[in-house]
Design a protein around this ligand. Structure first.
Ligand SMILES: Cc1cc2nc3c(=O)[nH]c(=O)nc-3n(C[C@H](O)[C@H](O)[C@H](O)COP(=O)(O)OP(=O)(O)OC[C@H]3O[C@@H](n4cnc5c(N)ncnc54)[C@H](O)[C@@H]3O)c2cc1C
Length: 391
């Protein structure tokens, strides 16, 4: 009979981070198997992500998770080196710039206070200060902006996944190209996973790290998890004018953009009523024409002459309750762990999520950052912790 102490379902950036932190924990002595059904990661959220890192959230836990993420990434060459070969995740130091009209100003200010109280370093700017600092920006309809001053930027998310995976493997974690198609329970315990290849893998614990498919994987264990695949488009465009932009700008319309090498990328999340569960990766170009471009051209006049170069689609692993992560064991099936529902901010939270799940598996409690509020029990109580800054 085949066996692993911990089975991780899904080897994206979250599953790979959990595998690394667990294998690196001096208190862990067991075996870890990551089951990944598509080692090309062609449709995984991680590979299709925009890979940006910010501290500007409205929920303290999110701010602190992303701060740890930024610190970890700053030291990644030491943390994840294998045999003196240090990974390069293409870190680019930039900043987020959240913009607000008069109507949005109180939320921006309230978020700023929470962010400062939780260690984020950013500054509130008036419309006049925005105009002075960013001459390429239209500011006459703005009241304020919040600009990150530290630990914000972007990286190559696939390189981050690979760095975690390579190090985890070096520490003894096994990676299997297979799909978890069933999860066996005996009462309130998970005892084995069944794989598409026919293998039955007995296990001491299961970690659900299946990204947008997490709801389905939880369902295999008879658990309802409100995490769904929701499609997002990323549009790549050229601008003729040379603009000194080094920010990821979030317009009050919800449209965002940032530089990507010599080009720009941008997009928008649809309104809730249009945001359906969706598994395909078909691109909607008309969304760019109808919603994204008009907002871009309004905010940055030079973007009136932009040229759309290409686009891609990916899935958010969207927590329909509150767009926040679900972390930790199921309150009754205590050896089934969630690392799910990051709703568009999972790349930057992978280090903190990986560390958190490893701490729970090894010690049964959070040793560093207390993420108990992100537990599954809030789902059972239907008690959302709403994150206001979902991009
Ligand atoms: C367009 C876009 C932009 C984004 N921008 C950002 C950003 O700027 N910053 C940020 O932090 N986050 C961003 N995100 C979110 C981020 O990409 C995700 O939160 C993160 O990648 C989730 O990682 P994951 O490992 O949970 O999921 P995934 O990367 O999807 O990995 C899950 C893996 O599980 C595997 N799997 C699923 N079911 C099974 C099964 N039954 N058996 C075996 N394997 C299985 C899948 O094949 C997959 O490889 C963005 C996402 C998208 C789509």
């Amino acid at each position: 009979m085949q066996q692993a102490d911990v089975v991780i379902v899904g080897g994206g950036v979250i599953g790979s981070a959990v595998a690394y932190f667990l294998a690196a924990d001096p208190g862990f002595r067991g075996s870890v198997a990551v089951i990944e059904r598509d080692p090309t990661y062609a449709a995984a959220s991680t590979a299709l992500s925009v890979g940006s890192v910010r501290q500007q959230f409205s929920t303290p836990e999110n701010i602190r998770m992303s701060l740890f993420g930024a610190e970890f990434i700053a030291g990644i060459r030491e943390h994840l080196a294998v045999a003196d070969e240090a990974p390069d995740v293409g870190w680019h130091e930039g900043a987020y710039l959240f913009l607000a009209t008069e109507k949005g100003r109180p939320i921006l200010e309230a978020n700023h206070a929470v962010q400062r109280a939780n260690g984020a370093v950013n500054v509130l700017l008036s419309a006049a200060e925005l105009a002075e600092r960013f001459p390429w920006l239209r500011t006459d309809d703005l009241a304020a902006g919040s600009l990150g001053l530290e630990h914000e930027g972007w990286l190559d998310p696939y390189a981050l996944l690979n760095a975690f995976r390579r190090k985890a493997r070096a520490l003894g974690v096994s990676w299997r190209h297979d799909e978890v198609v069933a999860i066996e329970r005996e009462g309130a315990r998970v005892v084995a996973v069944r794989l598409a290849s026919g293998t039955r893998l007995a296990c001491g614990a299961v970690v659900n790290a299946a990204g947008p498919h997490a709801g389905r994987v939880a369902g295999l264990a008879g658990i309802e998890l409100p995490v769904r695949p929701r499609k997002r488009f990323v549009y790549v465009f050229d601008c003729r004018a040379s603009l000194p932009i080094n920010q990821l700008v979030i317009d009050p319309s919800g449209v965002y953009f940032r530089p990507e090498g010599a080009q720009f990328i941008g997009g928008v999340s649809p309104p809730e009523e249009e945001d359906e569960d969706c598994l395909d990766l078909e691109i909607r170009y008309e969304l760019f024409e109808e919603r994204v471009w008009p907002a871009l051209a309004h905010r940055v006049p030079a973007f009136e002459e932009l040229k759309l170069v290409r686009a891609w689609a990916g899935h958010y692993e969207y927590n329909t309750l509150d767009q926040n992560a679900v972390l930790g064991p199921h309150p009754e099936i205590r050896n089934f762990y969630f690392a799910n529902g990051f709703s568009g901010h999972g790349v930057q939270q992978a280090p903190a999520a990986g560390r958190a799940i490893a701490e729970l598996l090894v010690d049964g409690r959070y040793r560093t950052l207390d993420l108990a509020r992100f537990g599954y029990d809030r789902i059972m109580r239907n008690d959302p912790i709403r994150e206001l800054n979902v991009v």
